[in-house]
Design a protein around this ligand. Structure first.
Ligand code: GLY
Ligand code: MN
Ligand code: MN
Length: 369
């Protein structure tokens, strides 16, 4: 992906002679690796990508993904594939490619400490510099291919969100609903869930980063379902909240307040707006309500090859929104011991506003028990 490598060098200061992305063992795989080397499948454990200032990429892969790598290289003439069999092979190969480089960039944010030590020992006289800031900057705005994949991942999430009400019945276990949601995401074309699906019933819905446990659904429960799909390596992240059975007037009003907070935040989104302002637009709505202080996390984050893609939106954010960013907008209100509501969408930031990538309805739904 020549254009991505060039974009990375545009942000690098000082400019290194080469940038190395080194994968370790799953899950310690570098998102930067898959950003410069666009390959639809394969783990690529232990693989290394060396990106050069002219946009060329040297790609070291083991035999496990060699065919996939070669097929990707046939589609992209800027990629040279080298197959390694042993660690000594890989060392010799990286030394050969990097031999004349004086300054070499590394992605400290995602390389393991062991990977760092291995590489820096191979070329002890090179100057190794951290290019994490440039990688983050380059990855945070998406190109057309990335937007298309994020939209596909979001469409899968939206479709499953639409199907959730039809799956609900008294006694349903959180974990069983999560399993069904994961299954449906794959049926709709996902490679898998982009993170551990959150399904919280009743008081569990008041815990923002719950997983999916053993509680059975009861009439009167609020429910938070927070999940996402991977599609061609790109993630989605959507939350829909529902109410099951007997009306709870407070939780209904909470739902309507969260919707209002999300609308207020969305109305501020466009190129050039401070991220902090977007967060505060939602927080102000909630803090002016009876649930002041019950919005307990940042409003959202960048999303891409990872569900949390290196950039967050909260009251301390110093960044601005930029056209081409894809971010989540996810206000919530949590009442410990009672229930919670969160509504989360993925949106593309545009010059004048935003475009929804997730489209499932957001308004209050009361599913009969
Ligand atoms: N799924 C975790 C989050 O919404 O950030
Ligand atoms: Mn989420
Ligand atoms: Mn999120």
């Amino acid at each position: 992906m020549k254009a991505r490598v060039e974009k990375l060098y545009k942000f690098a200061d000082p400019k290194p002679d080469a940038v190395v992305f080194a994968n370790s063992v799953d899950p310690h795989l570098d998102g930067g690796f898959f950003w410069v080397f666009d390959v639809p499948s394969g783990l690529f454990e232990g693989s290394i990508a060396i990106a050069h200032p002219d946009g060329q990429l040297d790609l070291f892969t083991s035999v496990l993904e060699a065919e996939t790598a070669r097929a990707a290289a046939r589609r992209d003439p800027h990629v040279n594939v080298h197959e390694f069999r042993t660690a000594a092979d890989l060392e010799e190969g990286t030394k050969r490619i990097l031999g004349s480089a004086r300054t070499i960039g590394l992605h400290h944010q995602e390389i393991t400490h062991a990977g760092y030590e291995r590489l820096t020992k191979v070329l002890p006289s090179a100057q190794w510099v951290d290019v994490s800031g440039a990688v983050r900057r380059a990855r945070v705005t998406k190109d057309a291919v990335e937007i298309e994949r994020l939209a596909k991942a979001a469409a899968i999430g939206s479709q499953v969100a639409l199907e959730i009400p039809s799956l609900l019945r008294e006694g349903l276990i959180e974990r069983d609903l999560a399993t069904e949601m994961n299954h449906r995401m794959m049926q709709h074309g996902a490679e898998g869930p982009s993170f551990a699906t959150i399904v919280g019933f009743g008081p569990n819905s008041a815990e923002p980063h719950y997983f999916a446990g053993g509680r059975a659904l009861r009439s009167g429960d609020s429910m938070v379902c927070d999940f996402g799909a991977y599609s061609e390596r790109y993630a989605s992240d959507i939350t829909r909240s529902f109410h099951f059975g007997r009306r709870d007037e407070e939780l209904k009003a909470v739902h309507e307040k969260v919707e209002e907070a999300q609308r207020a935040a969305l109305a501020t989104i466009r190129d050039g707006v401070p991220a902090k302002e977007v967060h505060l637009a939602a927080q102000r709505v909630i803090d002016a309500s009876p649930w002041k202080g019950r919005f307990t996390h940042g409003l959202g984050h960048s999303i891409g090859l990872r569900v949390h893609d290196g950039w967050g939106m909260n009251e301390r954010s110093e960044d601005q929104l930029e056209e081409g960013m894809v971010i989540t907008v996810e206000p919530g209100i949590y009442l410990p011991g009672h229930g919670g509501v969160r509504i989360e969408d993925d949106v593309l930031v545009t010059k004048q506003g935003y475009r929804f990538l997730t489209t499932a309805p957001r308004s209050y739904v009361e599913v009969p028990a």
